[in-house]
Design a binder for this molecule. Structure first.
Ligand SMILES: Cc1ncc(COP(=O)(O)O)c(C=O)c1O
Length: 417
C-alpha cells in the first residue's frame, strides 16, 4: 500500500511502533483535538470522553479560563526553576492550597512537584524527617505511582511491578476495606493491628498512605468510619496520615477533596492530575510544623511548580468551587444509569461522581471487550481494578446532559452486547 492510501491513524500508529517503547500501552486512537468532554481523532471522528485524560480533566479539556491563563503566562516566561529565581504563580498556588487544605492545623504550606508519584515520594520524605522514622504503611489495592518507591507502594504486580524489583525497603502492606470482595472495615483495622504485632514496630513507622477512594485499584471508597478509626490508631503511635488525592481530589468526588466526605483531617495531602489543568503539576500540603522539618535544599526539582502549570492551577482552583452542584448531579445520574444496566452479580460503587461498575468475573477480558467496543462506537472509557474487571468513569463535569446520556447509552449497548 502506498503512503497516501494509509489513514492518518495508521501512519501515526506505524511510527509509534517504530519509535516509541513497547512498555507504554496505547489504544489504537490518535487524538487530533479535544474540548470539554469531547475528543476528535485523526480521521475526524468524535468521541465522548469518559476517561478525562486519566483523571486530569475533571473540568474538561481546554477550559477557557485555563487556556487564557496559560497564554498570558507564556508571554511572561515559561520556566525559571523555583530554586534559581522565585516567581509569584508558584507562591499563589501554595496560598490557594493552604486555603483549601483539608489537613490539620491552620498554617498550611506546600511544595510543588511535576507528577503524582514524585509528590508521594516527597510526602514520604517529609514524613520521615518529621518523625525520624523509616517505615511506611500502605494498603491492598493501592496505586501510588511507577517510580521505585511508589511502585513498591503500589499493589498490583502485572503490569506495575513484574520484573522491576528489587523494591524499596521499609514498605509494609495491610488490608483496606473492600466489602464487595469480603474485606470489612473491622478486617482492615484488625489487619493493621496484626501488622504492628507481626511485622513492623509501630514506633518505627513514619506514615501511612491511603487513597480515600482507591483509584487504579478499582474505585473502592473507604468505608464511612475507616479513615477515622485508622487515624485514631495512627495518632496513638505518632504516625502521620498521608491522604493520597492524586485521583480522587480536585472535585472528582464532589467536594474539592474526597477526605471531606469522612470528616477526618489528615496530616499531609498529596494532589495532582486535574490540579494542573492538563499541565504536569502535583503538590504536598500540610501544617508548617511538619512541612518545615525539612531543611532548605531538601525538597525541590528542576521543573516542580513550572510557571505555566501554576498559572493553569490557579484557574482550576478558582473554578473548582463552582463545579460542585453539577458534579453531584452527574454523580447521581451515573449511579442511577449504571445500577439499571449492571449485570447480575456486579457492583456499582463510588463516591459522588467518582463511580464505577465492577463485574463479577475476576479477569479483565470482559472489560477489555467493553472498552474496545465503546471506543468503536465513539465513547472513551477506562477499566481499572486489581483484576482489571472494573469500568470506571472519569467524565469531565463540563459535559452536557445530551452527551452524558449518549455516552451512557453507548456503555449500556456494549455492556449488553
Ligand atoms: C492515587 C494516585 N496516586 C498517585 C498516582 C501517580 O501519579 P502520576 O501518574 O502523576 O505519577 C496516581 C496516578 O494514577 C494515582 O491515581
Amino acid at each position: 500500500m502506498s503512503l497516501q492510501e494509509r489513514s492518518a491513524t495508521e501512519r501515526v500508529q506505524e511510527a509509534r511502533e517504530r519509535y516509541v517503547a513497547r512498555g507504554i500501552s496505547t489504544p489504537p486512537l490518535v487524538v487530533e483535538r479535544a474540548e470539554g468532554a469531547r475528543i476528535w481523532d485523526a480521521e475526524g471522528r468524535e468521541y465522548i470522553d469518559f476517561a478525562g485524560g486519566l483523571g486530569c480533566a475533571n473540568l474538561g479539556h481546554n477550559l477557557p479560563a485555563v487556556v487564557d491563563a496559560v497564554h498570558a503566562q507564556v508571554d511572561r516566561y515559561m520556566h525559571q526553576c523555583f530554586m534559581v529565581g522565585m516567581y509569584e504563580p508558584y507562591i499563589e498556588v501554595c496560598r490557594r492550597l493552604a486555603e483549601l487544605s483539608p489537613c490539620r492545623g491552620s498554617d498550611q504550606k506546600s511544595v510543588l512537584l511535576s507528577s503524582g508519584a514524585e509528590a508521594i515520594e516527597n510526602a514520604v520524605k517529609v514524613a520521615r524527617v518529621a518523625t525520624g522514622r523509616p517505615a511506611v504503611i500502605v494498603f491492598d489495592n493501592a496505586f501510588h505511582g511507577r517510580t521505585l518507591l511508589t511502585m513498591t507502594m503500589t499493589s498490583k504486580v502485572v503490569p506495575y511491578k513484574a520484573g522491576f524489583g528489587p523494591f524499596a525497603p521499609e514498605v509494609y502492606r495491610t488490608p483496606a476495606p473492600y466489602p464487595f470482595r469480603g474485606v470489612s472495615e473491622d478486617d482492615a483495622i484488625e489487619g493493621l493491628k496484626h501488622l504492628f504485632k507481626g511485622d513492623v514496630d509501630p514506633h518505627s513507622v513514619a506514615c501511612a498512605v491511603l487513597e480515600p477512594v482507591q483509584g487504579e485499584g478499582g474505585f473502592i471508597p473507604m468505608t464511612p468510619d475507616f479513615p477515622r478509626r485508622l487515624q485514631e490508631l495512627l495518632d496513638h503511635y505518632g504516625i502521620l496520615y498521608v491522604n493520597d488525592e492524586v485521583q480522587s481530589g480536585c472535585g472528582r468526588t464532589g467536594p474539592v477533596w474526597a477526605i471531606e466526605h469522612y470528616g477526618v483531617e489528615p496530616d499531609l495531602l498529596v494532589s495532582g492530575k486535574t490540579l494542573g489543568g492538563g499541565l504536569p503539576l502535583a503538590a504536598v500540603t500540610g501544617r508548617a510544623e511538619v512541612m518545615d522539618t525539612v531543611p532548605p535544599g531538601g525538597l525541590g526539582g528542576t521543573f516542580g511548580g513550572n510557571p505555566l502549570a501554576c498559572a493553569a492551577a490557579a484557574a482550576i482552583l478558582d473554578a473548582l468551587a463552582e463545579q460542585r452542584p453539577r458534579a453531584e448531579q452527574i454523580g447521581a445520574r451515573l449511579r442511577e444509569r449504571l445500577e439499571a444496566m449492571a449485570p447480575a452479580g456486579s457492583e456499582v460503587r463510588g463516591l459522588g461522581p467518582m463511580v464505577a461498575l465492577e463485574l463479577p468475573e475476576q479477569t479483565g477480558e470482559e472489560t477489555a471487550r467493553i472498552t474496545a467496543a465503546a471506543r468503536e462506537q465513539g465513547l472513551m472509557l477506562l477499566s481499572c481494578g486489581i483484576y482489571g474487571n472494573v469500568i470506571r468513569i472519569l467524565v469531565p463535569f463540563t459535559i452536557g446532559d445530551v452527551e452524558l446520556e449518549r455516552g451512557l447509552d453507548i456503555l449500556e449497548a456494549v455492556l449488553r452486547a
